[in-house]
Design a protein around this ligand. Sequence first.
Ligand code: SF4
Length: 469
Amino acid sequence: MKVKLILPSLIESKSAFWRPIKYSLFPPLGLATLASFLNANDEIDLIDQHVEKLNLNDNPDLVIIQVYITNASRAYSIAKHYRERGIYVALGGLHVSSLPSEAAKYADTILIGPGEQIFPKFIHDFRIRKPLKTYTSTSGRTIQNLPLIRRDLIKREKYLVPNSLVISRGCPHHCHFCYKDDFFKGGKSYYTQRVDNILHEIESLKGKHLYFLDDHLLGNPQLANSLFDGMTGMNRVFQGAATVSSILEGNLIEKAAKVGLRSLFVGFETFSPENLQQSNKSQNLKSNYEKAVRRLHDLGIMINGSFVFGLDNDQKDVFKRTVDWGLNNAITTATYHILTPYPGTQLYNKMKINNRITTQNWNLYDTRHVVYKPNQLTAEELKTGYNWAYNEFYKWRNIFYASNQHETLQHQLKHLFYTGGWKKFERLWNFIINTGGLKKMLPFLELLLSEVNNINTEQNNDRSIKVSA
Ligand code: SF4
């Protein structure tokens, strides 16, 4: 059987002349995971349109497309094209799960929720020519004994971070603006792989660098603990994401740093307790952001801070306050978002009832456009403030300023090169991508993520004892 798995690109990343580096970072692990449920003699074509051309003049037996909100219109037009040629099309992914009736119009089959349990059933039914219209994941979710992910289908040379991996599904928290709860409704919303399988997968990955794409790497402290024990001596450097509270609790973060954690994505989101309450982000309430930042910096871990603008308690001063805080606290990179009410979330449902949704053009649901009526700002103020924040944070003088907040020259230089490298050399990245040089950049990334001397080990240990007490 010939199966084509497609990850359509976002609208903006399709240009052959301009490819932002952010679209060439991670391979499509979700599709490579689904591919592991196919037979060894199936002919599989896995295409990530972010990094390669999509040939539409072929005749596979089955096309499977991963749909997320900003690629939905492209995904639907690809689906339409194949169906018009009489080829069977299945759609799955976050957007399909949040708007199944919309997706069903463009598909022969839709897959709702995480794929590991329903995809094998769909493939079985397809082979015996009795596929259903809808498969919904509910009970029995697990990723404990999955077949090996088909990394052989991934074109490693096209990605800066080919060694990305996902060791869990979902997250233990329930923020109202997050897609997660809707995607996992009807069953477990947080579950993990077995640690021996994770270690086995890590061992199979060439090179030094790893990127854990999990929503919350420290979400299951017991698993994280065993994982970091198992990674001792592996000589890896890695990046991941975690919550503020998990950084402050116990000594997990020290263990992670010891075995190679060098940068962490942290969802600070907002400084307003009212906003946090509105978002049900209770894991941030009472947490001391600055204490978390100090702890990470003392361990030599760089921080990618995530911040959301446009929550109901935000006023005009929120942009400057947020940027200043990031600079004064030497946050390495900041990711700013305009609040986006994704369909299916509690936030969306509430806004819909209150007549606050201003467009259902999903292309604009990219956290860079205002798609709802803000509470204490106009839509224009929100958009202008968001643009200003990005420009301001990444001005050279501010990059120098933030770097200088670190105590040692080694920290300062590392911050300067990492931030500058990501954000100030877009043209150079574009050139590297277009000339096929990405794989040569990995050693530079590994060098940037090498260990810096921990100046405050003793203070750190003290802090860890106090925090966990
Ligand atoms: S902590 Fe992050 S991943 Fe988890 S529910 Fe909140 S926003 Fe979603």
